[in-house]
Ligand binder design. Sequence first.
Ligand SMILES: [Zn+2]
Ligand SMILES: [Zn+2]
Length: 83
Amino acid sequence: MKYCDNVNCERSDEPLERISDYRIMDGAVLCIGCAEEMECAYCSNLVTTLDVPGVSDDEMWELLAEEHDPECEWIATRAHVAV
Ligand SMILES: [Zn+2]
Ligand SMILES: [Zn+2]
C-alpha cells in the first residue's frame, strides 16, 4: 500500500488505493493534493502557493515561510519586493 511521502501532508496516513489517487514524482509518492503543489524556484521546496502577499503583510509572510527553506531567498527578500 502506498502513502503520501509529503511529511506536511494532512492525508499522509491515508492509504492511496487507486493509481488515480497518487503521482510518482522524482521517486516520491505524492497524493493528488500534494502533486499539485508547486516548487519554489529559490529553495526548491514544494509549496502550496507562490502568490506574493503585500510587502507589509507580516502575518502572511510568516505563514508562507513555514513552507520554504529557512534560508529561502524568496522569503528573505519578500519576493524581491522589499529590496
Ligand atoms: Zn499528500
Ligand atoms: Zn522558497
